[in-house]
Design a protein around this ligand. Structure first.
Ligand code: SF4
Length: 458
């Protein structure tokens, strides 16, 4: 079973991170006694040109796709890179007379499973957690040949018992290359909110909300620390969506007391109590990141947030009291954004945030299986290349007018100018959101990248 991490391809705007998801799949296959290899181009850059890793007669080749678009505003999509790379692989397999089963998976893949199976010329795709389906495929690969279908991933019980020990060479490649940050999963299906732009629940599938036992988690973190990593990001959708377990994990980190280890995660302002705030102090937390996306209560409701600006205020009070490093994600341009909602968000920011606490974007990338996609009535195929929720292009001006100058850094100004230039090139649409003010001009932001995926970066 060969696993190829397409998130490690060199692509404009791509920032490869340690491939935790595909490592979970490989670990499950290894434990079941299958012969596996993971190809990662950060660890093996030469593999990009020679494709020698195809030489072994693999039964199955799995491709994992983490993101469908880049984070960078200057480029539009990774899809074309994936299509062209898959074609190179298929041509090389033909040349060598090899015919393995080709499988697609990963979070980005899951959103466009049917479309990508066809576009990449795969035999089968997996939506959601991949371990169980890959074990099924490994048991009888030929029965999956030519199916042209996507299969739903299932709960994997090994998550509760198996400690992940990553290969030293892979750890070393990422320790050197990317500020030594690595993802760690404490739970599965860890967000129960319903943000209108977020397909997280769909991608996660049925994971039964499993918590990783603390002794297994401790062993994994110790191994990561031994390998030289000093920065952990907990990849849970929301770290403290279940406050009791979050407290246990923070206590574990304190008890482990690993030299120089810092960590960060996405948090929610609710639930977040005094005890939790106090526990976070001196826990090594590097950034307590929250994503209200707007600080206007009407907008927050439109976006499907389960908390209000009042909860953000309480969260900030607790953070100040305990001297916690805070980051607040705001994405302007959501459904119903107008002159007044921008003004209200900016007022909250000006009155409550310190200079380095604001993380700001403009524009919501519309993804399948979300309320925004349903609202626009867009088919999945129409969303494969970036489509942004329609918003008033004057948002860029309002932000600059309303935010205090201490937030308008040269970098932010450049991002805003690039965003506005990109938005001006986009196609106008007749589509007007029903919850928007009548008479407002909206744009269908299709055809360029950039902006925010919103929320927790899922
Ligand atoms: S954006 Fe974050 S909080 Fe909202 S549904 Fe997605 S994972 Fe949950």
């Amino acid at each position: 079973m060969l696993l190829v991490n397409l998130a490690s391809l060199p692509m404009d705007g791509n920032q490869p991170i340690f491939p935790i998801g595909v490592r979970c799949v490989q670990d499950a296959l290894d434990r079941a006694g299958h012969v596996t290899r993971l190809v990662d181009f950060v660890a093996e850059p030469t593999g990009l040109t020679d494709l020698d890793w195809l030489g072994h007669e693999w039964d199955v080749i799995g491709f994992t796709i983490r993101n469908i678009d880049p984070i960078d505003i200057t480029c539009s999509t990774h899809v074309d890179e994936y299509v062209s790379f898959a074609k190179r692989v298929r041509d090389e397999l033909d040349r060598r007379g090899l015919d393995p089963v080709l499988v697609g998976g990963g979070p980005g893949f899951s959103l466009f499973g049917d479309t990508l199976v066809a576009k990449l010329g795969l035999d089968v795709g997996v939506i959601g957690p991949g371990e169980q389906v890959m074990l099924d495929i490994a048991t009888n690969p030929r029965s999956f040949k030519g199916r042209g279908a996507v299969l739903q991933g299932r709960r994997h019980c090994g998550f509760l018992t198996d400690t992940l020990h990553h290969p030293a060479s892979l750890m070393a490649a990422y320790t050197n290359a990317h500020q030594a940050m690595i993802g760690v999963e404490t739970r599965r299906k860890t967000c129960y909110q319903t943000c209108g732009y977020c397909p997280y629940a769909y991608i996660e599938g049925d994971n039964a909300g499993d918590h990783k036992p603390l002794d297994v988690l401790a062993e994994e973190i110790r191994g990561i620390h031994r390998a030289g990593f000093r920065r952990i990001f907990f990849t849970d959708g929301i770290f403290n969506s279940e406050l009791r377990f979050a407290k246990e994990v923070v206590q574990l980190l304190k008890d482990l007391s690993l030299d120089g280890l810092t960590w960060s995660a996405y948090f929610t302002p609710k639930p977040f109590d005094d005890e939790f705030g106090e526990m976070l102090r001196d826990s090594g937390v590097e950034a307590v990141v929250v994503s209200p996306d707007s600080l206007d209560d009407t907008m927050m409701r439109n976006l499907g947030k389960s908390f209000s600006s009042r909860h953000v205020s309480r969260f900030l009070e607790r953070s100040r009291k305990n001297d916690l490093p805070v980051k607040v994600n705001i994405v302007f341009g959501g459904p119903g954004e107008n002159r007044e909602t921008v003004r209200k968000s900016a007022r909250f920011i000006n009155e409550n945030l310190r200079d380095d606490e604001l993380v700001m974007h403009v524009g919501y990338r519309v993804l399948p299986e979300t309320a925004l996609a349903r609202h626009l009535g867009a088919d999945d195929d129409q969303l494969l290349y970036p489509v942004f929720y329609p918003f008033d292009i004057d948002v860029f001006n309002w932000i600059v007018q309303d935010l205090e100058s201490r937030f308008i850094t040269p970098q932010l100004m450049m991002n805003l100018m690039a965003g506005r230039a990109a938005a001006r090139k986009m196609a106008r649409t007749q589509e007007v959101p029903t919850i928007a003010r009548p008479g407002t001009t909206y744009l269908s932001l299709a055809g360029v990248g950039g902006g925010g995926s919103g929320g927790c970066g899922k």
